[in-house]
Design a binder for this molecule. Structure first.
Ligand code: ADP
Ligand code: MG
Length: 720
C-alpha cells in the first residue's frame, strides 16, 4: 500500500497554522464561548482584571488598546528608551540582596534572533521559577542612559521571538500590565472567530463597515494595511446604534404603556392670557416651543419633551402655557423643582405671569405647615386646586390628584429616574373615555426643563428618547455681560473700586465665594470670613449680607429678601445663588477662585446678572491662562460653552450627567464621534420604520445584541 499522502495544501497549513486552528479545522462561531469566565493567572492579576471589567473572554476582546508602541528587536534597543520585545529566556538567576532595604533583583539573559541582552526584574524573586530558560516572553523594557535594561512589564507568550511591528498598549490598572493584557489577548486570539456580526448586511454594506470579528481583531492586531482607528470607529458605530435603538424602544414602551389625555385645541384661557395677560411679547423661540407643545398635547402619546434654555431664557412662561392648557381642559398641572428656593421662586413667578387670570396656584414643599398641607392635599385630590408648584414633597405617597394632565419637571437632571416616574404615576386619568374629548387616558404629559445647555451629541446619546426644544434667543432687553479674568492684587483693588462705583450708582453686586467640595462646613467658614472682611474693608460704606447653605431657612429668606428688595447692596454667597434669584439691579458679580467651578456652573452663576436695563460685569478671579475662564470671557452662548466644556472635560464629567449614572461607552468617544452618532441615529430610525420590533430574520442578531446590552439582565446601565 502506498503511504498515505496528505493533500499538499493541508500539509502546508499544518506547518504554519497555530495549534488551536488545527484542533478545530472547521469552526463555526460559538458566541457562548465568549461568555466563559476569563482565566487570569495569579490572584492579584485576576483581581485587577475584574476591576477593569474583564470578566469574560468577550470582555477581554472588547478591551481595546489605547495606542501602540513599537516592538523592537533586542539589537535595536537604545539608551533612554522604552520598548517592547519578544524574547526567549537563556538564563535566569536571583541576585543576592546585600543591604537591608535593597530590592530583590532577578537577572536574566534574554535573546531574540538579533542578539542577547541582560535584563533586571526588581522586587519579583519568584520569577526565577516562573520563567525557566526556554520561556518565551513578551517584555516591556526601559533602557537607562547607561544602557542597563530593566523590565517594566512582562508576560509569557506563544509569539515567535523577534516579532517586531506595532504592539498594542492597553488601558491598565494596578496589578495587570499592558503587556500581560496583550499576552492574554494573544493567547485567546482564536476567540475572535466566535464573535457574531450583529449589523444587518445592508447597514454594513452601505456604511462600508468591516464585520465585527475583523474589526475587533484589527483593533488589537492590525495587519499592515489595516487601521486600528477605523476598526474602533466601526465598533463605536455599532455601540451608538444599539444605544439609539434602546432609547427608541424605551420611548415606545413608555408611550404604549399608557395613553395621555388628548388636549386638542387651545381654549379662551390660554388665548386671552397670551394676548392680554403677558406683560411682554414672546420671543420666536418661545413661540416655537409653544407650537411644539401644542402638537404634543394633542396626541394621546404622552409628551416627553426637554426644554433647554439658559437661566433667564424664559422657560417658565412656556411651562406655564403647557400647564394652562391642562387647566382650561379641566385637568390639573404640577411643576416640580429640585429645591425649596426654586419652588418658591416659581410660585411667585407663576403668580406674576398669570396676571389677572383667576387661576389659583398652590405651593407644597417640605416646610409647608401641616394644616396648610392637609388643605392642599384635600383640594388636589378633589380637583378643586388645578395648579401646584413644589419640591419632592409632591411625589410623596399621600399626594393624590384628581385629574393630573401635565407635569413639568424643572432641572430634570437633578431628579432620579425613579422620582420622575413617581410623578408620572400620579396621572389622574381612569383609562376610560369620559366623553370629555380627551379620550381614554391614565398618564400625564411631561415637560422636562433644564437650564444646563447640553451639547447636541450628549443630548442625542443620553436623552435620545426625548424631543428637544431650545430657547436660545434671550428675551428682549437682556443686556450682554462683559466678563474678565482677574489674577493680580492690583486687579483686585481695581475690581473693588469698580464695584463701589456701581454701588454708588444704586446698583448691586454679588460676591461668590470659592467652592470647597470636600466640606460644606469649610466653605461656610470661608464665606463667613470673606463676608466679615468685605464689610469691614472694601465695602465698609455699604450694606453687605451673607447667604450660605447652612443658614436656617428663615435667615436665608431674610438675606435674599434684603438683597432683592434693595435692603442690601452686596450679597456675599456660596454657590447657593446658582439658582433662584432674580434681581434686576444686580450688575456685578465677582467670583473668587473661579477655577474651582465648572464652566456651566460659572455660566449659570453669571446668569444672575444682566437681568436689568444696565450693562453688567462679571469678574472671575483665577489663573488667566485657565482655558475654562478664557472660554467664559470669550463666549456668552451657553450652548457654545457647553460644547467647549465637553471638549475640555470629556463626556461623563459634565455637571448633571455624572450624577445620573449614565452609561459610558466602551468604544465611542463623544463629542469626537458626533458624526457617527448622527449616522447611527438615522439608521436607527430607518431600521425601526421598516421593522419596529426587529422581528425580521436579518435583524435577529441585532435584536439579540440589543437585549444583551440593554435587556432585562443588561450589563450596561440604560442611559438616563
Ligand atoms: P428661566 O426659567 O428660563 O430662567 P424665566 O422664565 O424665569 O427664565 O424668565 C426670566 C425673566 O424673563 C422673567 O422675569 C420673565 O418674566 C422674563 N421674560 C420671559 N420671557 C420674556 C419675553 N419674551 N420678553 C421679556 N421678558 C421675558
Ligand atoms: Mg427658571
Amino acid at each position: 500500500m502506498p503511504p498515505l499522502e496528505l493533500p499538499t495544501a493541508f500539509a502546508a497549513s499544518t506547518a504554519l497554522a497555530p495549534a488551536e486552528l488545527i484542533a478545530a479545522p472547521i469552526r463555526y462561531p460559538a458566541p457562548a464561548r465568549l461568555r466563559r469566565r476569563l482565566q487570569v493567572d495569579g490572584q492579584k492579576a485576576a483581581k485587577a482584571a475584574e476591576s477593569l471589567g474583564l470578566l469574560t473572554l468577550g470582555d477581554l476582546l472588547e478591551h481595546l488598546p489605547r495606542d501602540r508602541r513599537d516592538a523592537r528587536s533586542v539589537a535595536e534597543l537604545r539608551p533612554g528608551e522604552t520598548a517592547t520585545v519578544v524574547v526567549e529566556v537563556r538564563s535566569i538567576s536571583a541576585r543576592p540582596v546585600r543591604r537591608r532595604g535593597m530590592r530583590a533583583r532577578v537577572e536574566a539573559i534574554v535573546a531574540d534572533a538579533s542578539g542577547a541582552t541582560s535584563v533586571s526584574f526588581f522586587g519579583q524573586p519568584w520569577l526565577v521559577d516562573r520563567y525557566p530558560p526556554g520561556t518565551r516572553l513578551l517584555l516591556h523594557v526601559r533602557v537607562d542612559e547607561r544602557g542597563r535594561v530593566s523590565a517594566q512589564g512582562h508576560a509569557p507568550t506563544a509569539e515567535p521571538t523577534g516579532d517586531t511591528g506595532a504592539v498594542a498598549h492597553y488601558p491598565t490598572t494596578e496589578g495587570l500590565s499592558s503587556t500581560q493584557i496583550l499576552a492574554l489577548v494573544r493567547r485567546h486570539a482564536a476567540a475572535f472567530a466566535d464573535v457574531l456580526e450583529p449589523l444587518p448586511a445592508q447597514v454594513r454594506v452601505r456604511e462600508h463597515l468591516a464585520d465585527r470579528p475583523a474589526a475587533l481583531s484589527a483593533a488589537h492586531f492590525p495587519a499592515r494595511d489595516e487601521d486600528p482607528e477605523s476598526a474602533r470607529r466601526r465598533l463605536a458605530f455599532e455601540e451608538l446604534l444599539l444605544a439609539q435603538l434602546a432609547l427608541a424602544q424605551r420611548r415606545r414602551r413608555r408611550s404604549c404603556g399608557a395613553a395621555a389625555p388628548r388636549i386638542e385645541r387651545p381654549r379662551e384661557l390660554t388665548a386671552r392670557w397670551l394676548d392680554h395677560g403677558l406683560p411682554f411679547s414672546l420671543t420666536g423661540d418661545q413661540r416655537a416651543a409653544i407650537a411644539a407643545i401644542d402638537a404634543d398635547l394633542a396626541r394621546s402619546e404622552p409628551m416627553h419633551r426637554l426644554l433647554m434654555g439658559e437661566v433667564g431664557s424664559g422657560k417658565t412662561v412656556v411651562a406655564l402655557y403647557a400647564m394652562l392648557r391642562a387647566v382650561e381642559h379641566d385637568l390639573q398641572a404640577v411643576l416640580m423643582a429640585p429645591t425649596e428656593t426654586l419652588a418658591e421662586q416659581h410660585f411667585a413667578t407663576l403668580q406674576t405671569l398669570l396676571g389677572g387670570e383667576p387661576v389659583r396656584v398652590g405651593l407644597l414643599t417640605g416646610s409647608t405647615p401641616a394644616a396648610r398641607r392637609r388643605d392642599l392635599l384635600g383640594k388636589l385630590a378633589s380637583g378643586q386646586l388645578s395648579l401646584i408648584v413644589g419640591t419632592h414633597a409632591l411625589i410623596e405617597e399621600q399626594v393624590r390628584f384628581d385629574r393630573l394632565g401635565v407635569v413639568v419637571v424643572d432641572e430634570q437632571h437633578r431628579f432620579g429616574v425613579a422620582q420622575r416616574a413617581a410623578l408620572d404615576a400620579k396621572g389622574g386619568g381612569a383609562g376610560v373615555d369620559a366623553g370629555d374629548g380627551l379620550g381614554a387616558w391614565e398618564s400625564p404629559h411631561v415637560l422636562h426643563m433644564t437650564a444646563t445647555p447640553i451639547p447636541r451629541t450628549l443630548a442625542l446619546s443620553h436623552y435620545g428618547d426625548l424631543e428637544f426644544t431650545l430657547l436660545r434667543e434671550l428675551p428682549a432687553g437682556r443686556r450682554p455681560i462683559r466678563t474678565f479674568v482677574c489674577s493680580s492684587e492690583a486687579e483686585r483693588e481695581r475690581a473693588y473700586e469698580r464695584i463701589r462705583e456701581e454701588l454708588r450708582a444704586g446698583r448691586q453686586a454679588f460676591v461668590v465665594c470659592p467652592l470647597v467640595e470636600e466640606s460644606e462646613a469649610l466653605q461656610v467658614r470661608a464665606a463667613t470670613a470673606e463676608f466679615e472682611r468685605l464689610r469691614r474693608g472694601p465695602f465698609a460704606d455699604f450694606r453687605v449680607v451673607l447667604l450660605h447653605g447652612q443658614m436656617r431657612p428663615a435667615a436665608k429668606a431674610e438675606a435674599m429678601a434684603a438683597f432683592a428688595g434693595s435692603g442690601a447692596d452686596v450679597l456675599v454667597a456660596t454657590s447657593v445663588i446658582e439658582v433662584g434669584i432674580d434681581v434686576p439691579r444686580a450688575t456685578v458679580m465677582l467670583v473668587e477662585d473661579a477655577d474651582r467651578y465648572g464652566i456651566s456652573q460659572l455660566h449659570q452663576l453669571r446668569g444672575r446678572i444682566g437681568r436689568g436695563s444696565d450693562d453688567s460685569l462679571c469678574l472671575l478671579f483665577g489663573r488667566r491662562d485657565a482655558p475654562r475662564l478664557q472660554a467664559l470671557a470669550r463666549e456668552s452662548d451657553g450652548f457654545v460653552l457647553a460644547e467647549v466644556d465637553l471638549r475640555l472635560r470629556g463626556e461623563g464629567e459634565l455637571v448633571g450627567t455624572r450624577q445620573s449614572g449614565l452609561a459610558q461607552y466602551r468604544f465611542a468617544e463623544l463629542p469626537d464621534d458626533a458624526e457617527l452618532l448622527e449616522r447611527a441615529r438615522r439608521w436607527c430610525r430607518q431600521l425601526l420604520d421598516a421593522d419596529p420590533d426587529l422581528a425580521e430574520p436579518e435583524h435577529a442578531l441585532l435584536a439579540e445584541a440589543l437585549s444583551e446590552h440593554y435587556g432585562e439582565q443588561a450589563r450596561a446601565p440604560i442611559p438616563a
